[in-house]
Design a protein around this ligand. Structure first.
Ligand code: S3P
Length: 427
């Protein structure tokens, strides 16, 4: 399916930012492993999280939905039942990474598979520590990619000095560590998003955290709880960019997640000269705020090191934004992005070049010379939701018409994205 988007100068209105995808996945899984019920407000009902729900249901967990909330009826750490079929995680790399250690600790054999894109994503890097902990996992094919077969295993605590700052690697170890016979320590080179740590504490697990280290004790049990999922900063980033790059825009985004380990995008755009007011800061499981974003003149910046894991999923939209900033933007240390839903950097760079941008992407470094006017083009999204949303926004600042091929992939993280974008156009 294609959508067509044309240039616009003005955006006005408000958006309630949908729930955070990373938090929604984790809260569902921990709810299933807890004793008693867990009620989730502002859960993200997008395809990736629905796939996690379906996998948990195949594992015998009952999950209900009422008008506002999702209710997970937890069955305890060892309460999952043998699935009668393969667990299909669809496109969700997060679900794939969070499940193996938990499944290895159960007393049955299981198999995890997913869609064609997922079957091409190597997983040896995150499986290595989980297997060091004792999980017995094998690849069905000889390619380090799913499908995975997981056997009942005895789990041990480890000391893991991670070579990369990856929340998925860290979280797969933390979930496995719940079942270990001794504590586990994880060290990161930079701090990755800490949603898992915050949620584990909310469910009653015992962790000792500093910015770059975590010690987790095996959990006797987790206890169900009531939680509000913050708005997803990664989803907000598209609308923020839309307002910044169009000429005469002012929009309000409500309930944006402001976890400091995750909101590097806000720090980056402020350093580029963006006009963003941060209001109504609220605390909770994670802090949230309302943002008022106004069209701005931006300048290029150089990004590397600790900021990269804090703005990882926003790099494609930052590449778009940088095309509208004066001067050069350099983004380093992002080799990890080649392992996402698509080779995101290459796909984004290639499509931006089609629109007239001056951009090079080599090794793990991206260089963008801003200020070259963009024009409409036919964009291949490679069925990557973050690429599709980034180019829906690029199209707003490009002359003529842009066609997004495979536009429906936005449903993976943001159903209703195009309607929400349209609602900001002047009547
Ligand atoms: C995620 C972590 C990030 C991110 C992904 C979701 C998570 O990956 O890119 O979309 O939910 O933990 P890393 O494991 O590379 O940090």
């Amino acid at each position: 399916m294609s959508v067509f988007i044309e240039k616009t100068d003005t955006l006005r209105g408000e958006v309630n930012i949908p729930g955070d995808k990373s938090v929604s996945h984790r809260a569902l899984i921990l709810g299933a492993l807890a004793e008693g019920d867990t009620r989730l407000h502002h859960f993200l009902k997008a395809q990736d999280c629905i796939d996690t729900i379906k996998c948990l249901q195949v594992l015998g967990i009952s999950i209900e939905e009422d008008e506002q909330d999702i209710i997970v009826h937890g069955k305890g750490l060892y309460g999952l039942s043998e699935p009668g079929r393969v667990l299909d995680v669809g496109n969700s790399g997060t679900t794939l990474r969070l499940f193996p250690g938990i499944l290895a600790a159960q007393n049955f054999v299981s198999e995890i598979s997913g869609d064609n894109s997922l079957l091409r994503r190597p997983v040896d890097q995150f499986l290595a520590p989980v297997m060091e902990m004792g999980a017995i996992i094998s690849f069905k094919q000889d390619n380090n990619c799913p499908p995975l077969v997981i056997l009942p295993s005895d789990i041990h605590g480890i000391f893991y000095d991670s070579p990369i700052a990856s929340a998925q690697v860290k979280s797969s170890i933390l979930f496995t560590a719940l079942y270990a016979d001794s504590p586990t320590t994880i060290i990161e080179p930079y701090q990755s998003r800490n949603h898992t740590e915050l949620l584990l504490e909310a469910f009653g697990a015992h962790l000792d955290c500093t910015p770059l280290s975590i010690v987790i004790k095996p959990a006797g049990q987790l206890t169900g709880c009531e939680l509000t999922v913050p708005g997803d900063i990664s989803s907000a980033a598209y609308f923020i960019t839309a307002a910044l790059i169009t000429k005469d825009s002012k929009i309000t985004l409500r309930g944006v997640g402001m976890n400091p380990t995750r909101n590097g995008f806000i720090d980056v755009i402020l350093s580029m000269g963006a006009d963003v007011e941060i209001l109504n800061v609220k605390s909770g499981l994670e802090p949230t705020a309302d943002l008022i974003v106004t069209s701005s003149s931006l300048h290029g910046v150089t990004l590397s090191g600790e900021i990269i894991p804090r703005t990882l999923d926003e790099i494609p939209i930052l590449m778009v934004l940088s095309c509208f900033a004066e001067g050069i933007t350099v983004i380093r240390d992002n080799g990890e992005l080649r392992l996402k839903e698509s080779s995101r950097i290459d796909v984004t760079a290639e499509n931006l070049r089609k629109m007239g941008a001056n951009i090079t992407a080599t090794g793990d470094s991206i260089v963008i010379e801003g200020g070259h006017p963009l024009h409409g083009a036919i964009i291949g999204t490679k069925y990557d939701h973050r690429v599709a949303m980034s180019f829906a926004i690029a199209a707003l600042g490009a002359t003529g018409k842009t066609e997004l091929i495979g536009s429906e992939c936005v449903n993976i993280s943001y159903p209703g994205f195009y309607d929400t974008l349209k609602s900001l156009f002047p009547a």
